[in-house]
Ligand binder design. Structure first.
Ligand code: NAD
Length: 359
């Protein structure tokens, strides 16, 4: 029995996704499909050599590498990249890396209209969203526009083999958090919910295998598949209270992005438990757990993921300030923000204690 299907709206985003080990070698063929032959290749400094390898797949020599991508897409870096892209005469952008490289690629595409090919090497998922966050005058400005959505994404599990285990775990749990919030989003729909449940299950299966065998291509491919599904949900529906809390904590206390998500997600799920029962059933089923919140917390324990905000650098004295900021702007969430219950949550998370379902 499928039960009742509620009314819904689903905006499918255009994306060509190519997945498989060794598929990074098809970057030039993918560019050619779009009529492009001269890529502007962007990476972080750490991943410059990988960028060079991909650039060498193309049949031309020119100065078209830019290895200065940085977290939160600083405007100064984008300005330099725009100048270099124009001088190079590039006809497309190729980003190799995590959200930092993709963010820069999106910033270039927004201003030049160049098509993009992204080869992700983390599970951050920016490649599947029409969202860009840029930092200018110390302020982060976020906008949603289809102009930044990459035309082609190549998921090659081999590119993630070098991602350190701790970063893989945090990045994977961050992806799970996107799928969790998609399941109880106000604009949730049957398609994203299917993807969300499958994405959580794929990551819950692959992350423990990555911890055991970080160089398992099979586990890495499964994790990328799960991340792709979770990030497609992020691109398609709105996020709720968990994202709001992580945004405030990260922005105000400079806490690491993916790690903050990893700590907070079981707590926010416990907070929402009674207000989103069908989402909770699906999350628990994907995790093979009795309850969604205990399943998420136990997965974190199994992966030795960050569980304490204090360990990430959160000062106890900052909790009241964080609460003020969280309560200030509303967000869509199945349960309305309640100061008393919300205040309890970061205190539990501060010490890495298990979540408690809150009435
Ligand atoms: P990142 O891209 O900054 O990567 C972190 C570090 O890991 C970098 O030094 C990078 O060079 C290195 N690295 C990446 N992949 C590696 C690999 N396979 N092996 C070894 N080292 C590797 O971090 P991230 O977490 O992927 O992305 C975070 C950024 O993405 C933030 O700026 C965030 O705001 C943004 N983001 C945007 C969206 C969106 O939809 N716009 C979504 C998610 C994240």
């Amino acid at each position: 029995m499928r039960g009742q299907i509620d009314a819904f709206t689903y905006d499918a985003l255009p994306a060509r996704v190519v997945m498989g080990a060794g598929k990074c070698n098809e970057a030039a063929a993918e560019a050619a499909r779009m009529g492009c032959t001269r890529p502007f290749v962007v990476t972080t400094r750490d991943q410059a050599a990988l960028g060079e390898e991909i650039a060498n797949l193309f049949d031309r020599t020119s100065d078209s590498r830019f290895a200065e991508a940085a977290m939160h897409t600083p405007w100064g870096v984008t300005q330099r990249a725009l100048g270099a892209a124009q001088r190079s005469g590039a006809d497309c952008v190729i980003a190799i890396g995590g959200g930092s490289s993709t963010g820069l690629s999106k910033a270039i595409a927004l201003r030049t209209k160049l098509p993009q090919i992204v080869l992700p090497t983390t599970y951050a998922g920016s490649e599947m969203t029409p969202i860009i966050g840029e930092t200018r005058d110390e302020q982060k400005h976020t906008q949603r526009t289809l102009e930044v959505l990459p035309e082609v994404v190549i998921y090659d599990g081999e590119l993630t083999l070098s991602l350190p285990v701790a970063l893989s775990v945090a990045s994977g749990l961050n992806a799970i958090a996107h799928a969790v919030e998609a399941l109880y989003a106000a604009d949730a729909n049957p398609v994203t919910s299917l993807m969300a449940e499958e994405g959580i299950a794929a990551l819950a299966e692959s992350l423990p295998r990555i911890v055991q065998s970080p160089r398992s291509v099979e586990a890495r491919r499964l994790a990328q598949y799960g991340a792709w599904l979770c990030e497609t949900c992020l691109g398609a529906v709105g996020m709720g209270l968990h994202h709001k809390i992580c945004h405030v904590l990260g922005g105000t206390f400079d806490l690491a992005h993916a790690q903050t998500h990893a700590v907070m997600i079981p707590h926010v799920v416990a907070y929402n438990a009674h207000a989103a029962s069908s989402a909770m059933t699906r999350i628990a089923r994907a995790l093979g757990a009795r309850h969604a919140w205990t399943g998420l917390y136990e997965l974190g324990v199994e992966l030795d993921a960050p569980r304490s905000l204090r360990a990430l650098g959160m000062p106890e004295a900052g909790i009241d300030r964080a609460m003020e900021l969280i309560m200030k702007n509303t967000c869509s969430n199945p349960r309305a923000p309640d100061v008393r219950a919300l205040g309890h949550m970061p205190r539990q998370a501060l010490e890495g204690l298990p979540p408690e379902p809150m009435d």
